[in-house]
Design a protein around this ligand. Structure first.
Ligand SMILES: [Ca+2]
Length: 311
């Protein structure tokens, strides 16, 4: 059944359907724009219309992603990089409208809210996060600082760590969050964090509701090295390259591909995903708008919008 699992060469008909959907959507927009322009000459209204229409295109991209993800759930319970949802949305440029977009699997990243369970730092998750920071050449001590920021107490967890007293010594006064994160942007307030470090971390971290595992079919090599204690970064790169040719059917399949004696952190390895980030950008005339939306998908394939923000 290896041929059935090859990542390339699939979904040709799926792509044709997507393109047809987009062409129809864009044709409808173009027609409404024509009617509007015929009725209104004022530039400011035309601008408002362009913005409104561009936002409409963003919502259409979001709906497209939701439909593709629901359809994907009907095919199988495995999620990997060779699937339709993982393809960049074909660039559409028609009648002065341009749309680009893609879907990113958030289950391929480390969920920062895993660091705290029932108000207390989870040592296994903290160790995993430290390994990830190490693989990314980011100071590993930052893991404790972030956990301190999130946990429910005001105790300092490491010898060189900081809680309220240290944060209060700063100006302006910054209190630790002591609650789950809502956005990775909040991390900029953690001691030791700066813009460059945060940008380095962004592609590897997620902020998801509750506890979440890591999909070994979509995780980066660095994340795989963090998930499997003892796996070198070099071994992780080899494993990820092989995985991108033939994905893992289940976590046992992944385990068998590991060097002898190694295994993923218990309860953390997945081959199916629940959270997806939809990134879209639409342009029309001088209007250029983007959005990101976090979608969840349950085991029945039903999708729901968790949040949406401009990009
Ligand atoms: Ca899938």
């Amino acid at each position: 059944m290896i041929s059935g699992r090859l990542a390339s060469g699939q979904h040709q008909s799926g792509m044709a359907i997507v393109l047809a959907m987009l062409v129809l959507a864009l044709a409808a927009i173009a027609a409404s724009g024509f009617v509007f322009r015929a009725a209104m000459e004022w530039r400011k209204f035309e601008n408002a219309s362009s913005l409104g229409q561009a936002r409409w295109v963003l919502r259409a991209a979001e709906k497209w992603a939701g439909a593709v993800l629901r359809d994907d759930a009907r095919q199988s319970s495995v999620d990997h990089r060779g699937e339709l949802w993982a393809r960049e949305l074909p660039a559409v440029d028609s009648e002065g409208y341009a749309l680009s977009g893609r879907v990113e699997d958030m289950d391929g990243r480390f969920n920062l809210n895993n660091l705290i369970r029932e108000g207390v730092t989870d040592p296994a998750q903290l160790a995993l996060f430290r390994r990830l920071l190490g693989a990314l050449d980011v100071p590993e001590a930052l893991a404790e600082d972030i956990a301190d920021w999130l946990d429910a107490d005001n105790r300092v967890s490491g010898s060189d760590n900081a809680e309220t007293a240290l944060y209060a010594a700063q100006s302006p006064i910054l209190a630790p969050a002591n609650r789950p994160l809502a956005s990775p942007d909040e991390l900029i307030r953690v001691r030791g964090m700066n813009r460059a470090l945060l940008d380095r971390l962004r592609p590897y971290i997620a902020v998801l509701p509750g506890f979440n595992g890591i999909n070994v079919n979509t995780a980066s090599a660095e994340t795989l090295a963090a998930l499997v204690d003892g796996l070198t970064l070099e071994q992780a790169y080899t494993l990820a390259a092989r995985r991108d040719r033939v994905y893992f059917r289940d976590i046992e399949d992944f385990r068998q591909a590991l060097p002898p004696g190694l295994s993923p952190l218990a309860g953390m390895g997945l081959t199916t995903s629940r959270y997806f980030l939809v990134l879209a950008r639409a342009r029309h005339d001088r209007v250029n708008v983007g959005s990101r939306a976090l979608l969840s998908r349950d085991t029945n394939g039903t999708t729901a919008l968790i949040w949406r923000a401009s990009l």
